[in-house]
Write a protein that binds this ligand. Structure first.
Ligand code: FPP
Length: 276
C-alpha cells in the first residue's frame, strides 16, 4: 500500500516522497550549505544577495524535514574559518541576517514543532547575536518534534579540542586519568553534539567534495550525498531527492553487503580492497 503524503507538500515533493520508504528515513541529516556566492555571481549580484536568498532554502528544508518526521537536522551555517577569511562587511551582513532569521523564524519553527539549538563556540560571537540565539532557543524549547541544530562559529577540530579539554578537566577533578572512562562513548558525550545520534546522511550543495571541518567524528559512517544544486536553489524537494539516494545505498559499517560480499570495484577484478 502506498503511504500518504504529509500535509503541506507540493506536487513535486509529493512525487518524490511517494518513492521513499517512510520506515527507513535517516534519523539525523547534516547539511553543508554551500554555493551562495556562486549563485549571486551568476546573477551579477553581490555575494551577500546569495546569503539572503539562502534563507528561503533554510526555511523550505527545515519545513520539509519536520513534515516528514526527520528527528534531527543540523545545518552548517558559519564555520570558525568563515570569520577569519571573509571580509568584515560580509561577516557583519551574515550576523545581521542570522539575527533577522532567528527573530522571524520562531513562528514557523513553533508551527512545525521544531526545537532549536546550536553547536560551535557560541561565546565568541557578538553579544547581540548570542542574545537572539538564546531567545530563539528558549522560545522553541518546549517543542517536541524535530531538533534543528545550527552550527555557528563551528569547527570540528575545535570541538574535539574542547572535548579533550573537558575530559582532562573531568580527570583532574576525579583523581586522574585512571579514574575516568575514556572510550568512544565518553568522547561522544563530551562533544557539542552529546545526546544527538550521529548523522546517517550528510548533504553538501554546489558540487564540492569536501567535509570542510564539519562533524568529523560524528560523520564516520554517514552516507555522503553531493548535489550540484547551489544552496539558494535548494528546497524541500532536493532534500527528498537526497533521502531517496540515501535509501538506495547499502550501509555496511565496515562489514559485508546484504549478499554477504563486499561489492567489487569493476576496475579491480577480484580485489575488493579495504572494505570501508
Ligand atoms: C556558503 O556559501 C554559505 C555560507 C558561508 C553561509 C551560510 C548562510 C546561509 C545559508 C544563510 C543564512 C543562514 C541562516 C541559518 C539564517 P559561500 O558563500 O561559501 O558560497 P561560494 O562557495 O559559492 O562562494
Amino acid at each position: 500500500m502506498r503511504h500518504t503524503v504529509p500535509a503541506g507538500m507540493d506536487r513535486k515533493e509529493s512525487e518524490v516522497y511517494l518513492r521513499l520508504d517512510p520506515a527507513r528515513l535517516p534519523q539525523h541529516i547534516a547539511i553543508i550549505m554551500d554555493g551562495n556566492g556562486r549563485w549571486a555571481r551568476r546573477r551579477h549580484m553581490p555575494r551577500v544577495a546569495g546569503h539572503r536568498a539562502g534563507v528561503a532554502s533554510v526555511r523550505s528544508t527545515v519545513e520539509t524535514a519536520a513534515r516528514i518526521g526527520i528527528p534531527a537536522l543540523t545545518l552548517y551555517a558559519f564555520s570558525e574559518e568563515n570569520w577569519k577569511k571573509r571580509p568584515k562587511s560580509e561577516v557583519d551582513f551574515l550576523m545581521r541576517l542570522l539575527c533577522r532569521y532567528l527573530k522571524a523564524e520562531i513562528k514557523t519553527l513553533n508551527e512545525n514543532n521544531v526545537r532549536l539549538q546550536y553547536i560551535g563556540r557560541q561565546h565568541e560571537l557578538p553579544e547581540s547575536v548570542q542574545r537572539e540565539m538564546e531567545e530563539a532557543s528558549c522560545a522553541t524549547s518546549k517543542n517536541t518534534g524535530m531538533l534543528l541544530t545550527l552550527a555557528l562559529n563551528y569547527s570540528a577540530r575545535s570541538e574535539i579540542v574542547d572535548a579533550f579539554r573537558s575530559l582532562a578537566e573531568a580527570a583532574a577533578r576525579n583523581g586522574g586519568l585512571d579514574h575516568i572512562r575514556v572510550d568512544e562513548q565518553s568522547i561522544s558525550d563530551h562533544l557539542y553534539t552529546r545526546g544527538l545520534p550521529d548523522p546517517d546522511l550528510v548533504i553538501r550543495t554546489s558540487g564540492e567534495m569536501r567535509l570542510s571541518n564539519f562533524l568529523l567524528w560524528q560523520l564516520a559512517y554517514a552516507e555522503i550525498y553531493v548535489t550540484q544544486t547551489l544552496w539558494p536553489d535548494f528546497r524541500g524537494v532536493q532534500l527528498l531527492e537526497g533521502i531517496e539516494e540515501y535509501q538506495k545505498r547499502d550501509r555496511r559499517y565496515g562489514g559485508l553487503g546484504k549478499d554477504g560480499h563486499a561489492p567489487q570495484h569493476p576496475s579491480h577484478h577480484g580485489h575488493a580492497g579495504a572494505n570501508r
